[in-house]
Ligand binder design. Structure first.
Ligand SMILES: *[C@@H]1O[C@H](CO)[C@@H](O)[C@H](O)[C@H]1NC(C)=O
Ligand SMILES: *[C@@H]1O[C@H](CO)[C@@H](O)[C@H](O)[C@H]1NC(C)=O
Ligand SMILES: *[C@@H]1O[C@H](CO)[C@@H](O)[C@H](O)[C@H]1NC(C)=O
Ligand SMILES: *[C@@H]1O[C@H](CO)[C@@H](O)[C@H](O)[C@H]1NC(C)=O
Ligand SMILES: *[C@@H]1O[C@H](CO)[C@@H](O)[C@H](O)[C@H]1NC(C)=O
Length: 311
């Protein structure tokens, strides 16, 4: 007896499950929506003129719509609408169409949304219509960055090795385009590591290259400036620039030393003559050493001034 009842309940619940499956399979193709986070979206049902005493229920779940997030029904001529804590302040239900508006949607709200409208006919039969939506919410993709790959190995005179990188995210792809034609693409389901895509180009190339990061709702582009990245950073140019700088500094120092030596030779005798006053003063109350030092200081000043004027 007990066994029979349990079996009965089991088959009943199986029947209910099958019914639900049939309903959701028959009623709906799933509508797919891809949205940028922070926007307001409306799940349009295409239903018009829902009876005012109908019960409207929205379900939500990451993979399956299992959690009731909105229940709206008439009771003694008044509508009562309950919204789950998780979606509080964000949801708005249109009781005429069943449409659900979600404000400031976040990636947390990605998932499956299911609407069920239950109306009771005057005859006792129940009529149920449903709609299913799959919503994917994405952050706008980051802008890719192009860098020269390993400065040391970049010492080739022929080619330049580059790397385009971008922060990874859901459904993000990174591509290189040459003259509007895609030449490479990468993606990775491991979101913890950035996406990287290498490119090897010849220095003399005149093609335009762009690196594009994209997800289903946005894309960002960085164009490659060959002259900035490759010519300035290539080993050859770096080396010759360094040599030029060293040569310049050596020449500059030589010129200064020569000028200084020349001035020194010319001016020592002249100044010695014109320094009688200081000479006497110093001798009057000091030693030979102090005199010499004073003389040297004055000479230095003279020399400096002359230079300053000349320069
Ligand atoms: C509810 O939906 C109906 C039909 O789509 C529309 O005409 C009406 O303006 C909507 N009401 C509100 C408050 O948005
Ligand atoms: C939108 O939601 C985010 C969190 O998901 C919150 O930080 C932000 O303040 C909200 N913006 C508005 C305008 O409500
Ligand atoms: C997403 O949900 C988690 C936990 O459910 C919460 O900690 C986090 O703040 C939420 N993020 C946004 C942007 O709403
Ligand atoms: C994304 O990566 C997977 C494997 O990592 C690959 O099978 C798939 O084709 C890639 N998709 C694109 C558009 O590159
Ligand atoms: C990037 O997005 C713009 C719209 O913002 C679109 O016109 C363009 O085709 C997209 N480019 C790529 C490579 O997806």
């Amino acid at each position: 007896m007990v066994v029979n009842i349990v079996a009965g309940i089991r088959s009943l619940s199986s029947f209910v499950i099958i019914c639900c499956c049939l309903l959701s399979a028959a009623g709906d193709e799933m509508v797919t929506l891809q949205e940028v986070e922070g926007t307001t979206i409306t799940l349009h049902t295409g239903i018009t003129g829902i009876q005012s005493d109908a019960q409207i229920v929205w379900f939500y779940g990451r993979e399956k719509a299992e959690e009731e997030i909105v229940i709206s029904q008439m009771f003694k001529g008044e509508t009562f609408t309950e919204i789950s804590e998780r979606f509080k302040e964000r949801l708005q239900l249109n009781r005429t169409s069943g449409a659900l508006t979600i404000r400031n949607i976040s990636r947390n709200h990605s998932g499956v949304y299911l609407l069920q409208v239950i109306t009771e006919d005057l005859s006792i039969t129940e009529d149920l219509s449903s709609r299913t939506f799959r919503v994917s919410v994405y952050a706008p993709v980051s802008t890719p960055v192009i860098n020269v790959r390993g400065k040391r190995s970049g010492f080739s005179t022929e080619s330049c090795s580059l790397l385009c990188s971008v922060e990874n995210g859901e459904d993000v792809k990174l591509s290189w385009y040459r003259e509007n034609e895609r030449i490479s693409i990468t993606n990775n389901t491991d979101l913890s590591v950035p996406l990287n895509l290498p490119l090897l180009i010849q220095h003399h190339e005149k093609n335009t290259y762009i690196c594009v990061s994209a997800n289903p709702v946005s894309n960002k582009t960085t164009s490659l400036s060959i002259t900035q990245l490759c010519v300035h950073n290539s080993g050859q140019s770096e080396g010759s620039a360094l040599i030029s700088a060293v040569v310049f500094v050596i020449i500059l120092i030589s010129v200064f030393v020569c000028m200084w030596l020349k001035k020194k030779k010319q001016q020592v005798p002249e100044k010695a003559e014109g320094l009688n006053y200081a000479d006497i003063k110093v001798t009057a109350h000091s030693t030979e050493k102090v005199k010499e030092e004073e003389l040297f200081k004055i000479l230095q000043c003279e020399v400096k001034n002359q230079w300053c004027i000349k320069m």
